[in-house]
Ligand binder design. Structure first.
Ligand SMILES: Nc1ncnc2c1ncn2[C@@H]1O[C@H](COP(=O)(O)OP(=O)(O)O)[C@@H](O)[C@H]1O
Ligand SMILES: [Mg+2]
Length: 282
């Protein structure tokens, strides 16, 4: 079955995407069971789901890191499944920026060197201008004065801002953020998300944020719930039921919209001890 042709404003299209892994016990684990998703150019989309629901698996497919078991993933209208590893890596480097929960900065390198890193693999022009471009990005995230610090000397929020600068320094068309606030306290997390949203908007990059935090999801234009390997629109009856059934979330849709806070909301899984209570699917 072939996908409908993508129109010009479509950046990413998933059709009936599955991912199944073979466990050591020789059983198959069906992590994703048929995901359909369209992300338009410059659009901000959130995917919420509890821990173990397949969020990172989905993100690794969107980022062309792993390959789906069945189904189609089109990037800019190009069916990525048939591309060689080399072409996928080139597409990834040129067009996709990543932000991870644990920042994933190189410890031995300064903030500036970390942000310059993707430009080493860019075009010749990007390569020669790498230091200036990286400094501009660090300035954009408010860290120009910390450029020569190593990550160990920076706070969590500062490290994530360096990671945001690194993700955006090659002006990707797609930014993939996997639990970007998961290791930050609430206030710092909100500041980092605000910055990520803003810079993505400035550079007209699409942003897919994967999170278990409904407040983070509420920032996006569209939100989905990943449940048992299937993606549901948060407005669907299924998502509403699933969100209501999740402990700590009494007002499913309202919580997604950033209102109605549940009094007994849990602290986000993997969040630091300083994180305050907030709506989360743990
Ligand atoms: N390569 C793999 N082999 C075996 N199990 C895996 C593999 N990748 C993911 N899983 C399992 O699939 C489920 C979904 O994982 P993941 O996508 O990391 O979830 P999430 O990011 O939503 O917490 C988890 O139960 C995880 O242990
Ligand atoms: Mg994950």
């Amino acid at each position: 079955m072939s996908a409908a042709p993508a129109d010009r404003s479509t950046l990413l299209q998933l059709h009936a995407v599955t991912r199944t892994v073979r466990l050591p016990s020789r059983e198959d684990l069906h992590i994703l069971r048929g995901v359909d998703l369209t992300v338009d150019v410059g659009e901000h989309v959130a995917v919420v789901g509890r821990s173990g629901s397949g969020k990172s698996t989905l993100l690794n497919l969107l980022g062309l890191i792993d390959r789906q078991t069945t189904g189609q993933i089109l990037f800019d209208g190009v069916e990525t499944t048939r591309l060689s590893d080399r072409r996928r890596a080139r597409m990834r480097g040129r067009s996709i920026g990543f932000v991870f929960q644990q920042f994933n900065l190189l410890e031995g390198r300064t903030a500036l060197e970390n942000v310059m890193m993707p430009l080493m693999y860019g075009t010749a022009g990007q390569f020669w201008r790498r230091e200036r471009t990286a400094l501009e990005m660090l300035d954009r995230v408010g860290l120009a004065d910390r450029a020569h610090q190593k990550p160990g000397r920076l706070s969590g929020g500062e490290q994530q801002r360096v990671a945001v600068a690194r993700a955006l320094v090659r002006r990707p068309r797609l930014i993939l953020a996997d639990e970007p606030t998961g290791a930050l306290d609430v206030t710092t997390g909100e500041a980092v998300m605000g910055l990520l949203d803003e810079i993505a908007k400035d550079s007209e990059a699409a942003l897919v944020t994967i999170t278990h935090d409904l407040q983070v999801a509420a920032r996006s234009q569209r939100s989905y719930l990943l449940d048992a390997g299937v993606l549901h629109d948060v407005d669907s009856a299924h998502a509403r039921e699933a969100l209501l059934a999740t402990s700590g979330i009494r007002e499913g849709r309202e919580a997604v919209a950033g209102e109605g806070a549940a009094a007994d909301a849990r602290t986000g899984a993997g969040a630091s001890a300083s994180a305050g209570p907030r709506e989360a699917i743990a």
